[in-house]
Design a binder for this molecule. Structure first.
Ligand code: NDP
Length: 487
């Protein structure tokens, strides 16, 4: 993408906003200006909706197997461009290059392959009603879907939303976060090259206002949103004005429970993944780590030793484990939570400091923080920090820890470590969370539903049932006999 201003993508081509306005994209790694981004206004959104509506009418009649083939072709193109796309993602997010080929690009490829494979499986039911009469149901696409994304997994979010939408016969207009606008455009290029008809995947760039237009627009039939709970609530209110179908993937403050019989090395590894991967900017992170009191000291010792070996640095360097936080503002917010934790009486046992990385002065880097001696009421244990800050709490028994783990408005995810399988399944049944991991954390393979309960969301992504969230049922009653009349 050797261009100085990134355009919008509408109707199968690059277009600049009708106002000519742009906004600046900065690189998290060093704070340098990356490029200007064309800023969509209401006219551009109108154009995108109208081309999407026209294209979708035709797309809905294309057999599922052919829709799927296009997604599979897109997967192949993405695989060929894997490293280049991973580098764009690292540039745009500050996440280390040791992660983005796998957690971002491969995850997007998996989604394209998964939904490409099941696009032909949109089917309804048949009901024999006796006397030759029958009813059947048809799954039909919804129309034009809007996708609004967060900045932490921009390519994954755009693909997890668009692949099922397109597989089910819809069109999509996608608005990435203003902080990470790049790879939604790459995805649009890939879909076009794969043979997706013009107008079916459109990218409009801009801030929350652009998302707000989409959320309330009567031409949008479904809204799928990934972001924070407060924004999600606003978006839901706007979507209610036209009673849109919605999928909401929101924030979390998930518990990770380490029982006394856990394999400690694995538990430590998982707790680190669950808090420090992608600089801790992961919605499903297990940021409340409940450790059985009898193994607390051993757990903390191993945890600190390994955490202090993590390499903080240039996100483009292969050896880097911890890259740059998304922005200066966000970094300051994360550090303010570290201060708050200390003020409220938790013990900071490692990290939690801003780190200067040579030649990356404008980037915001920090050492992964571990708090011990945490208590449930502390704000670091209640609020989503979205940075590399782990809170370790202790517990004595199973019943107690389940109650404390569930004592939150969030319900995105949960994890537990134990060698006792009966206990694992018993506890999982009681945890209020959309995804639970036993003896691991944060794995999201294609095909396995992902999404939140309670205030963490509505609906599920990444699985066959997602097609249900991108379609609706039409019931057809067929009478083969005479009409019985009471008159
Ligand atoms: P935000 O809620 O701030 O923003 C999400 C998206 O909504 C952005 O594209 C934003 O635009 C847009 N937006 C802002 N205001 C409005 C509005 N009024 N109407 C419509 N759209 C609007 O989230 P972040 O980008 O800060 O992402 C972090 C959050 O995302 C965390 O809470 C995290 O837990 C959650 N998340 C959830 C995931 C899940 O699957 N459950 C996965 C990943 C993240 P802009 O940024 O351009 O202003």
């Amino acid at each position: 993408m050797a261009i100085s201003t990134l355009p919008l993508f509408i109707g199968g081509k690059a277009v600049f906003s009708s106002s000519g306005e742009t906004f600046t994209n900065y690189r998290p790694m060093d704070g340098a200006v990356d490029r200007e981004i064309s800023l969509a206004g209401p006219d551009d959104v109108e154009l995108a909706i109208s081309v999407a509506q026209n294209a979708q009418e035709e797309w809905a009649t294309v057999p599922g197997i052919e829709r799927g083939r296009i997604l599979l072709a897109a997967a192949r193109i993405m695989r060929d461009r894997r490293q280049e796309i991973a580098e764009i993602e690292t540039l745009d997010t500050g996440k280390p290059i040791s992660e983005t080929p796998y957690a971002d690009v491969d995850s997007a490829i998996d989604a394209l392959e998964f939904f490409g494979g099941i696009a032909m499986d949109m089917k309804g039911d048949f009901h024999d009603l006796g006397n030759g009469s029958m009813a059947y149901s048809i799954r039909e696409p919804l129309g034009v879907c809007a996708g609004i994304g967060a900045w932490n997994y921009p390519l994954q979010i755009a693909t997890w939303k668009s692949a099922p939408a397109l597989a089910a016969g819809n069109a999509m207009i996608f608005k990435p976060s203003e902080l990470t606008p790049l790879n939604a455009y790459t995805l649009a290029e890939i879909y076009r090259e794969a043979g997706l008809p013009d107008g079916l995947f459109n990218v409009v760039q801009g801030m929350g206002q652009v998302g707000a237009i989409l959320a309330s627009h009567p031409g949008i039939d479904k809204l799928t949103f990934t972001g924070s709970v407060p924004t999600g609530k606003r978006v839901l209110e706007a979507a209610a004005s036209t009673v849109k179908h919605t999928t909401m993937e929101l924030g979390g403050k998930s518990p990770l429970i380490i029982f006394e019989d856990a394999d400690l090395d694995n538990a430590v590894a998982a707790a680190m993944n669950a808090n420090f991967y992608s600089q801790g900017e992961v919605c499903s992170n297990g940021t409340r780590v409940f450790v059985h009191a009898s193994i607390r000291d051993m757990f903390l010792e191993k945890l600190v030793e390994r955490t202090e070996k993590m390499v903080i640095g240039d996100p483009m360097a292969e050896e880097t484990h911890v890259g740059a936080l998304i922005s200066e503002d966000h970094g300051e917010k994360v550090l303010s939570y570290v201060e708050l934790g200390v003020q409220q009486g938790a013990t900071l046992i490692t990290g939690g400091e801003r780190v200067e990385v040579p030649d990356m002065e404008g980037g915001f880097y920090m050492s992964p923080a571990v708090f011990a001696g945490c208590e449930d009421h502390m704000r670091i244990c209640q609020e989503e920090i979205f940075g590399p800050v782990m809170s370790v709490l202790t517990f004595q028994d199973e019943k107690e820890v389940i109650k404390r783990a569930n004592n939150t408005e969030f319900g995105l995810a949960a994890g537990l470590f134990t060698k006792d399988l009966a206990r694992a399944h018993r506890v999982v049944r009681k945890l209020q969370a959309g995804s639970c991991w036993v003896n691991n954390y944060n794995l999201t393979p294609a095909g396995v539903p992902f999404g939140g309960s309670k205030q963490s969301g509505i609906g599920r992504e990444n699985c066959a049932r997602t097609l249900d969230h991108f379609s609706e049922i039409k019931s057809v009653y067929v009478e083969l006999g005479d009409v019985e009349s009471s008159y």
